[in-house]
Design a protein around this ligand. Structure first.
Ligand code: PEP
Length: 255
């Protein structure tokens, strides 16, 4: 991590957990814990809790993120949520292309690309998720899979359009919710690869400024060693972000 260039971002993905009451309670606790924090913090509650949680975190050091979006501004798209609606209630980030969405809900590199474009058009910071499955890693396809996901996901964008905004999350599918964490060497190797890929596809400036988060069973007891890797700029945390206390100890990792 190089904090002079890239401010760390610790993001919590609450997935399909928490009623409005539970979400508001957790957000309130987190606000108390994180009054003087020196990293960026984002939480992504389920859609039903976004607006009430927005009220809780307004004016605090916690930013609000959505877990997904649709790429149209409005229309006859039953069940979908638009970037306009998310901006309207104070969302600043949107997680895009999470492996669970790719696996269960048909997200593809093409739809991920459209969602990133829509997010950027509405000043939402895309947290663009990429990652290989266990089979792909075993078949030594990790780098080619990531190359394809990044190249297609970011196709058609200029370096300028991404410069202020892009966050990439490397989430090896085999490490999500499984308790298996990639080793720090595996994480650093992939993060360095992703940064060099951004340089190859765009330029050195974007490569230096893009924040690359690691996600996959991040916990209080492994966050510090992961965050100490030179190309790790933050963490995307699932299970361990559901408790304000546990998430807070991840946010306060030792620099
Ligand atoms: C995630 O869902 O982005 C994630 C990394 O989950 P977990 O921390 O539970 O592995």
């Amino acid at each position: 991590m190089n904090p002079t260039l890239r401010k760390p971002l610790i993001a919590g993905n609450w997935k399909m957990y928490k009623t409005v009451r539970e979400a508001v309670e957790t957000a309130r606790e987190l606000v108390q814990f994180t009054a003087a924090v020196n990293v960026d913090v984002m939480i992504a509650p389920p859609f039903t809790a976004l607006a009430p949680v927005a009220d809780v975190v307004k004016g605090t050091s916690i930013a609000l993120g959505a877990q997904n979006l649709f790429w149209k501004n409005e229309g006859a798209y039953t069940g979908e949520i638009s970037p306009v609606m998310l901006s309207d209630i104070g969302c600043q980030y949107a997680i895009i292309g999470h492996s669970e969405r790719r696996q269960y809900f048909g997200d593809t590199d093409e739809s991920v690309n459209a969602k990133i474009r829509a997010a950027l058009e509405h000043q939402l910071i895309p947290v663009f998720c990429v990652g290989e499955t266990e089979t792909q890693r075993e078949a030594k396809e990790t780098f080619s899979v990531l190359d394809k996901q990044v190249t297609k996901g970011l196709e058609g964008f200029s370096s300028e359009s991404l410069s202020r905004l892009l966050v990439i999350a490397y989430e090896p599918v085999w490490a999500i919710g499984t308790g298996k964490t990639a080793t720090t060497d595996q994480v650093q190797e992939v993060h360095a690869f992703l940064r060099s890929l951004v340089e190859k596809r765009f330029d050195n400036l974007l490569a230096k400024s893009v924040r690359i988060l690691y996600g996959g069973s991040v916990k209080p007891d492994n966050v510090t060693e992961i965050m100490n890797m030179p190309d790790v700029d933050g963490a995307l945390v699932g299970g361990a972000s559901l408790s304000a206390k546990v998430f807070n100890s991840i946010i306060h990792f030792h620099h």
